[in-house]
Design a protein around this ligand. Sequence first.
Ligand code: PNS
Length: 185
Amino acid sequence: MKRIKAVYPGSFDPPTNGHLDLIERGSKIFDELVVAVLRNLEKAPLFSVADRRNMLESMTSGFDNVSVETFDGLTVEYAMTVGASVVLRGIRAISDYEYELQMALMNRKLQPSLETVFMMPAEKYSYISSRLVREVAQLGGNIDSLVPELVAQRLREKMDPALKFVEQAERKSAQRQTRSRKKRS
Ligand code: PNS
């Protein structure tokens, strides 16, 4: 019997209850589901790719057929590399549709054998987006019912001024090291 493997690509910065709801739904209809975190060098994310992967791994540890990976480049190429025949994406509202349709059609143009499947999260999550969760958390609002507990905890740590200071210092020191390595080479 044919086994269907799907890739669920995204930024997941941070993963939300809406993402988790979609993963649960996807895990029920596909034999295998790979949650694929985009390594996007252009964006300045709140969480590192490693952090996002760790959070997603903890959130999905109860699903036998779900794994979490990272990727760069084209989604379609990544999907082909891992032997997936489906790209899973969530649609929360009509406002998502235009962008998602455009992406699905472009992906089809690039790789006609790959099918995009849209699923809807439960309506109680339909207003949740990673961008709004970041904004609410950054402005001190309550994000407890928007994200899983471990993500809420990580967001609170991120917003802690003392930890923020340490992280900034670490980032600056890493940037300095990269610059001096470049100068030397
Ligand atoms: O969670 P997001 O940010 O809405 O996810 C967008 C994502 C990662 C699915 C999209 O940006 C993507 O597929 N990026 C990989 C590069 C690519 O394939 N671009 C062409 C898409 S048509």
